[in-house]
Design a protein around this ligand. Structure first.
Ligand SMILES: Cc1cc2nc3c(=O)[nH]c(=O)nc-3n(C[C@H](O)[C@H](O)[C@H](O)COP(=O)(O)OP(=O)(O)OC[C@H]3O[C@@H](n4cnc5c(N)ncnc54)[C@H](O)[C@@H]3O)c2cc1C
Length: 329
């Protein structure tokens, strides 16, 4: 009988792992939300489309570049933005560096993950709340006490603090999980009635509150209705995580007004998303965690760095180890 593996999380790390292991094992991916892609997230409201998590990804390793190019050939990815400018209080600074190819999912960020997830066994809206030792393996349960099945190996790709809360006390990776540092972020989404030319597709922002602005409409394959996505700074988000949402929204809008000279407070669509664990401040500096004696492991961006490709590299490294183990089994 094939080894059974539960993967927690259908972000890019979980999907990469599942793709690599499915030929060698019975793999089930559990994802707590309705969609795939994790922080490569998007939402569509009243005809406005927003990528409210990762904005674009780069592919520096030949293997991931091939994956990105193949997704582009299959219509699941495209190149964006042409340049990333810098927006400061005293104006816009153009990006004159030679462009490194930057990719987005098409027609929305999560489409990249969806394309890679074809054929995988993924249980959506299934939150793993407990991992309990059972029959020389692990029994998973959800928040309502429902049995999610028994597995030989369990790998978590949830952000490090969430993985830490989920893993049994005996897991040898707790010290490393505790050492990882992640920070929050607020994402402001603005939908506008009329077209808007800001003179850029995307810009980093030098400001006390904001860090990023993207004109969603300039991304490939998006609807024509003008939509802007704005990220807060991570340190500002950390200081304001529990603050009233309207107050957060209003301070972000005020900052935008200062920078662009535009008041968006009466825009037809305004929405705010709070990311509790958005970005990796301090990765653990090893590609994955695996406790061979317990059959428990973990991987994700928090192992290697704050990028989509870091999550992929972490999952690739753990897949290699597990594939060798499965082939030797
Ligand atoms: C606002 C923001 C902007 C960013 N910008 C960029 C960028 O421009 N470029 C870039 O390269 N990277 C960016 N990133 C980082 C990038 O999104 C991440 O590095 C990458 O997506 C992490 O992938 P992952 O699979 O490791 O984790 P995740 O995407 O977080 O996947 C983990 C999955 O596990 C699921 N999960 C968690 N707990 C459970 C549970 N108990 N049961 C079941 N499922 C569970 C979650 O729902 C999630 O789907 C950004 C992130 C954010 C939030």
């Amino acid at each position: 009988m094939k080894t059974s593996i539960a993967i927690i999380g259908a972000g890019i790390a979980g999907i990469t792992l599942a793709r690599n292991l499915s030929a060698h094992a019975d793999v089930t991916v559990f994802e707590k939300s309705r969609g795939l892609g994790g922080r490569m997230a998007n939402r569509r409201r009243e005809g406005f489309a927003f990528d409210h998590g990762a904005q674009y990804f780069t592919a520096r390793s030949p293997a991931f570049k091939a994956t990105a190019e193949s997704a582009a050939a299959g219509g699941h990815a495209g190149i964006w933005p042409k340049a990333v400018h810098t927006l400061k209080a005293d104006g816009l600074v153009s990006d004159t560096r030679p462009p490194e190819p930057r990719y987005v999912g098409t027609p929305a960020m999560s489409a990249f993950a969806h394309g890679l997830a074809e054929g995988l066994h993924i249980r959506k809206e299934a939150t793993v709340a407990e991992i309990v030792s059972a029959d020389a393996g692990w029994a998973l349960g959800d928040n309502d006490g429902n049995d999610l099945g028994r597995f030989d190996l369990v790998i978590s790709t949830a952000p490090a603090p969430q993985t830490g809360r989920l893993m049994p006390e005996t897991f040898s990776g707790h010290a490393a999980l505790n050492a990882a540092e992640m920070s929050g972020c607020f994402t402001l989404m603005i939908g506008l009635q009329a077209p808007l030319d800001l003179g850029f597709e995307a810009a980093r922002i030098e400001d006390d509150v904001l860090s990023w602005i993207a004109v969603e409409t300039s991304k490939p394959g998006r609807p024509a209705k003008t939509a802007l996505t704005i990220h807060s700074r991570n340190d500002w988000a950390e200081a304001n995580l529990e603050r009233d949402r309207d107050a957060v929204k209003s301070e972000m809008l005020q900052s935008l007004d200062r920078l662009l000279g535009k008041d968006f407070s009466t825009a037809p669509w305004l929405d705010l998303h709070r990311w509790r664990y958005a970005n990796v401040e301090k990765p653990i500096g090893q590609p994955y965690l695996f406790d061979a004696s317990l059959g428990l492991g973990a991987c994700g961006d928090w192992c290697l760095g704050n990028r989509v490709e870091a999550a992929v590299e972490s999952a690739q490294a753990l897949s290699q180890l597990l594939t060798q183990r499965l082939q030797g089994a």
